[in-house]
Design a protein around this ligand. Sequence first.
Ligand SMILES: [Zn+2]
Length: 198
Amino acid sequence: MVFTRRVLTRTYTDYTRYRRYLRPDFLYRCAYCLRHEYFLGGEAGCVIDHHRPQGGPYARPDLVCFYSNLHWCCNECNSIKGDTWPSLEEYEAGRRFLDPCTPEDDHDLHWRVEPDGSLIALTPTGAYTIANLLLWRPHLIYHRAQVIRWEHERAELVRLSDAYDLDEAGHELVAARLAELSSWIEPPVFDRPRRSRE
Ligand SMILES: [Zn+2]
């Protein structure tokens, strides 16, 4: 998956102000594990990640409020990533975090998702990202396998409902299940609740 950043005409000195742009630009998904906010407790399940970290030996304070250095990211991936950044030697060997806002860093170019939800690294960048973000976490594997099953079931239901002459009740059942599957594959977006002033 590749994300497309908008071109912003203004900048902020408080990076949290970019949140409203980051969420849609990242399709409400974690830049790294690709889980949708829907499965993370909504907007509150994600934070703003500084791709090049704010702290540690490879910190780039000059990029803290730089939009192209910010990624929408789940709390888990963000806390695991922390200030991790490759050394110059690692970087030159391609062992670095992928940046899914560039076409050459499409996740699918750096790893393959197996039917059981596990990841097979295809490049040093894929291997580094998987290892340093622990993308082999069991619940991530389970989630990826679930999405694959939903996509398969949706395709099969469409095929079967076209192939068989269903009665009205059958059509209703299929339509309801298709709507349910679609809402998990392309989930709805829920903004963080704001307290009323009343
Ligand atoms: Zn994540």
